[in-house]
Design a protein around this ligand. Structure first.
Ligand code: ADP
Length: 532
């Protein structure tokens, strides 16, 4: 919540001061009218009029009590809790005062002017003291758990107090002198005491160096309450214009307090909204920057990879020439070393190709050349190329072949790449003696096939299953070091499957093995286009 120097606030475009002066003059004018056209309103009208005004006052008081408690619940500002407590006490007293008014049916005990006046002045004292304490001592943050108990208990407390007061009026000092037909000196004194307390509270707010919007409205409410109480001290008959005016002022002052509380709550919402909007703007800006950085990274990767491939291809080609012994015989050690160079060169080329493929997909430049093909033919081809590697590591590689020919509508090279990546991982993460199985399942109805690669390898933790399809993600650093790799094999496989409009899934149990299954359509489907 923003706090603004009071001076600045007064002269800011909110124009609080002119508004306050206008209201003040308006009320002075009303007081003048009440004196100028002083009348005692008829007994048949006034109780009803009084009841209506009191009803409004009670409703506003209850709303103020609830709103300020709600405000406290979220902001823990003591001021709000004290305001809530004050209005929870004031509302029932105000109601009891209305019910005790002359002309109303008897409330617990026979109604008298003295009874209504006693309840009235107690209400005023509670309100004045409550506002004073809230304004002067409320600038603290106090966390009270189950704070809802406070308004609830104060409602009960005031109900009990009202009962005790109306049943023990005889022992309480008189507030209205029936014989003289006017208020007692004590009542007038208490009236001025109330005004004095309210004046101190108002001055406290208005001389404060820093003020919030709600403080100003509280200040305004206090000034109007003072006007209201001044009007009350003037009245002779409980049905006269001064009394009526006092009540009208009270409605206004309660409305200002209510406005102060609502403003605070709404202001809080407004501020939160503004902060959210600002953060959203910042986020979308950052997002834009990230997207741009990502695009530049893809562009850089694509260019760099391309630049790397040319010299690497030369290294591989010249190593092959040397190994062919076309340039002269090699001894065993030379041959051995050159083979190492050739193998490492090819491995490096494979990885660079992987990066290149990935950046091409990210740039939306990958084109699929789809055709109808027999899936077993393609699998046989991949398996025959990879079998020597499996044999070398003593891992059984088998294909569960069905008798029917299974067709698939896909890009041959890309499908080969998906399967190769899955089989390379199965080989890498399965210990010697293990088994890797490829299986094809046809879903005739939905025109799709599922190709799965099952291994008996190290398995993957459940919590890692999501992240392994993200670029450069490896389950953990130690695995990566032990098994080598770049963390893009599965990303590439997933992107290629996505491009086909398929899906890829994994089931895995740690130390038991994994099943990677990808789905491809068996019939021509709509192009999926770009994959992000
Ligand atoms: P790379 O194999 O180059 O690290 P991948 O994207 O192919 O990258 O795989 C990402 C990670 O997923 C691997 O590092 C590994 O931790 C895990 N993973 C993939 N396939 C298997 C598998 N068959 N068994 C166990 N872990 C696997």
């Amino acid at each position: 919540m923003s706090t603004i120097p009071l001076k600045e606030r007064f002269f800011s475009d909110q124009r609080f001061l002119p508004k306050a002066v206008a209201w003040f003059l308006f009320f002075v004018f009303l007081v003048f009218l009440a004196g100028r056209y002083y009348t005692v309103i008829g007994a048949e009208i006034y109780p009803v009029l009084h009841m209506v005004i009191e009803f409004v006052i009670v409703v506003v008081a209850i709303c103020a009590a609830l709103m300020s408690w709600y405000d406290y619940k979220y902001k823990h500002e003591l001021k709000m809790l004290l305001l809530s407590l004050t209005f929870c006490l004031v509302a029932p007293f105000e109601f009891a005062h209305a019910l005790s008014y002359m002309g109303m049916p008897d409330f617990i005990t026979p109604n008298t002017v003295d009874k209504a006046s006693t309840l009235f002045i107690i209400t005023k004292l509670i309100l004045a003291v409550g506002l004073f304490v809230a304004v002067v001592f409320g600038e603290k943050i106090v966390v009270i758990h189950r704070s809802a108990l406070i308004p609830a208990l104060s409602f009960l407390l005031s109900a009990g107090a009202i009962y005790l007061i109306v049943t023990n009026l005889a022992v309480l000092p008189d507030m209205y002198d029936v014989a003289a037909g006017s208020q007692t000196t004590l009542k007038v004194f208490l009236g001025y005491l109330v005004i004095a307390i309210e004046a101190v509270a108002a001055l406290w707010i208005l001389t404060k160096k820093w003020a919030q919007n709600k403080d100003l409205y509280l200040g305004m409410a206090l000034i109007i309450i003072i006007m209201s109480d001044l009007a009350f001290t003037y009245y002779f008959s409980p049905y006269d214009t001064y009394n009526l005016l006092g009540h009208i002022f009270q409605v206004f002052s309660f409305a200002f307090i209510f406005k102060a509380i609502i403003d605070d709550a709404l202001g809080m919402l407004y501020e939160t909204n503004k902060t959210l909007a600002r953060q959203w703007e910042m986020l979308s800006e950052k997002n834009q920057q990230l997207l741009e950085a990502d695009r530049l990274k893809d562009e850089f990767l694509a260019n760099t990879n391309h630049e790397l491939r040319t010299p690497l291809s030369a290294i591989i080609a010249f190593t092959e020439i040397l190994l062919d012994e076309r340039t002269g015989p090699l001894n065993a050690i030379q041959k051995d070393y050159l083979e190492e160079v050739s193998d490492s060169g090819k491995e490096l080329l494979d990885r660079i190709n992987g990066f290149l493929d990935l950046s091409k997909i990210a740039a939306g430049k990958t084109v699929l050349y789809k055709e109808e093909m027999n899936v077993y033919e393609l699998i046989d081809d991949v398996l025959s190329k990879m079998r020597p590697l499996f044999n070398q590591k003593s891992i059984t590689l088998e294909l569960m072949r069905a008798d029917v020919a299974v067709k698939v509508w896909a890009d041959r090279e890309k499908t080969r790449q998906i399967l190769t990546n899955l089989l390379s991982n199965a080989l890498k993460f399965t210990a010697p003696g293990g088994r890797v199985t490829v299986e094809v399942r046809l879903d005739d109805v939905a025109n799709r096939i599922f190709i799965s690669v099952t291994d008996t390898g190290i398995g993957i933790e459940k919590s890692d299953l999501e992240k392994i399809f993200q670029p450069f993600q490896q389950v953990d650093g130690t695995t990566a070091r032990k098994y080598s790799g770049t963390g893009i094999g599965l990303t590439l496989a997933k992107k290629l499957v996505d491009l086909h409009g398929g899906t890829i899934e994994v089931e895995s149990k740690i130390n038991k093995g994994s099943i990677f299954t990808f789905m491809l359509p068996t019939e021509e489907t709509e192009e999926k286009g770009k994959v992000s």
